[in-house]
Ligand binder design. Structure first.
Ligand code: AMP
Length: 450
């Protein structure tokens, strides 16, 4: 590609959203915001650019390397945010330090990671976030998992899987064998990439007793939908490590509760599963739609992050739906996504109608919240109607000189090809009624499909 042709494309791994695709993305965002309302999450926003130090603190090696980090013109080290938990924890450690807990915060933001672009992996992507602070018990993990699955259901997915683990199982086994937190992070980071051989070599190199290496090696292999028997087997491997046993119990309790609400969801326990971000301190989970192998939603508990940023010790749990990936999965499953919101009427001024008159009528209709697209290029009647047809606009409002002299215009029903003359007031009432009927009519097929 020549230099100038390249400049016409967005940077590699980033997307332009044209109207149709953006309308689909907005539908997902609206559903996320609907859940903010239903679950009492209050939306916040932070800058896209953060101090490098903050966002690099606990994101894990891989994301740290993939950051868009730079010096601003004042010489400060900053970065485009690669994920949302650190900025949110920063708020809770500072401005929201004294906010009553439990505190629920929501967001819909864009993120930047210099990953190798591939299916479902972009360098700029959108995530929603549901973050709950001040709840250390199972209720917090459960609400987070439920909101994630509620979102999947509302977006119309019929089947989806959850993969879950608890990082405390591996961490406490390793800690008991004397492995430092850095050592544990290295092991979890290998596990995150499913590089179990290297993870085990690393553990051995730290002088961990064979018994523990064996147990970890078997845990890495324990995964499947029959979670009860898997957790039972895991309890056997963790004998003598009460923290690991308690972590397994908690996971079992969480999955048992989720099963009641979402009986057709496959709940997979995968004890060799770790998430890339280092800050997790408890249950972690991801949501998938087979056969796609990319995680659509990721979540987990991160009880120490707020403290790490200088705040009070604060229990925290949350999940982040990946909006671009949900969009891909919805396309893959052929889930209905609405067309762009089109106008209700096309306003056609005929010869002899001044720009001012046309603009006045359009403005008065819009002031009644009627969506009106105005012909501002003097197409004339024939081409104006052809355009309204092509755009599937339900009505045309035709402004002729004679009718306008009486304070009237012509309202044309495009689908029926019928038209009537009416006063501008009556015409507005008719349009309003039709808009309301359309809005209530639309609810039924939608409600039924989700
Ligand atoms: P994470 O912040 O890595 O826990 O990711 C949370 C969710 O965001 C994932 O489950 C994905 O759906 C989405 N996500 C993460 N990284 C990317 C990316 N590079 N491109 C698109 N979506 C992503």
């Amino acid at each position: 590609m020549s230099g100038s042709a390249r400049a016409l494309q967005p940077p590699r791994g980033m997307k332009d959203y044209l109207p149709e695709e953006l309308a689909k993305r907005r539908r997902i965002e609206e559903t996320i915001r609907q859940l903010f309302r239903l679950y009492a999450y209050r939306e916040v926003e932070t800058p896209t650019v953060e101090h490098l130090e903050l966002v690099a603190a606990k994101v894990g090696e891989e994301t740290r390397r993939a950051m868009y980090a730079f010096k601003d013109l004042g010489g400060r080290d900053v970065a485009l945010r690669p994920e949302g938990t650190a900025p949110i924890a920063r708020l809770v450690a500072s401005k929201l330090r004294t906010a009553p807990k439990p505190l629920r915060l929501g967001y819909v933001w864009d993120f930047y990671r210099y990953d190798e672009p591939q299916f479902g992996r972009f360098r700029r992507f959108y995530q929603g976030g549901f973050e709950l602070f001040g709840v250390s018990g199972l209720e917090g993990d459960l609400e987070t998992l439920i909101v994630a699955l509620d979102l999947m259901t509302r977006l119309g997915f019929k089947t989806f899987n959850v993969k879950a683990s608890n990082v405390v199982v591996l961490r406490s086994l390793l800690a008991k064998a004397g492995v430092s937190e850095d050592g544990q992070n290295a092991v979890l980071s290998y596990a995150d990439k499913r590089r179990y051989v290297e993870a085990l070599e690393h553990i051995r190199s730290l002088g961990v007793p064979n018994r523990t290496v064996e147990a970890v090696s078997k845990l890495f292999e324990l995964r499947g939908p029959d979670y009860e028997s898997i957790l039972q087997e895991a309890r056997g491997l963790c004998e003598g490590c009460p923290d690991a046993i308690a972590a397994l119990e908690l996971l079992q309790h969480l999955l048992d509760s989720a099963k009641v609400l979402f009986p057709s969801t496959q709940l997979i326990v995968d004890l060799g599963f770790a998430r890339g971000l280092e800050y997790y301190t408890g249950v972690i989970f991801e949501v998938f739609v087979p056969p796609l192998e990319i995680a659509l939603i990721g979540g987990g508990r991160y009880d120490r992050l707020v403290e790490l940023f200088g705040g009070e010790p604060t229990a925290a749990v949350g999940c982040a739906p990946g909006i671009d990936r949900l969009l891909l999965a919805m396309e893959e499953k052929g889930l209905s996504t609405p067309a762009e919101a089109a106008s209700l009427a096309y306003l056609i001024p005929l010869k002899g109608i001044s720009e001012d008159e046309a603009a006045r009528v359009a403005y008065s209709l819009r002031s009644l919240d009627l969506a009106v697209e105005a012909d501002v290029s003097r197409r004339g009647l024939k081409r104006g109607l052809a355009y309204a047809n092509q755009r599937h606009l339900p009505f045309a409002v035709i402004l002729g000189k004679e009718e306008m002299a009486r304070g009237h215009a012509v309202l044309r029903n495009m689908a029926e090809a019928t038209q009537t003359e009416a006063s501008l007031e009556d015409l507005a009432i008719k349009l309003k009624r039709s808009q309301e009927a359309k809005a209530t009519g639309r609810l039924e097929p939608h409600g039924g499909s989700s």
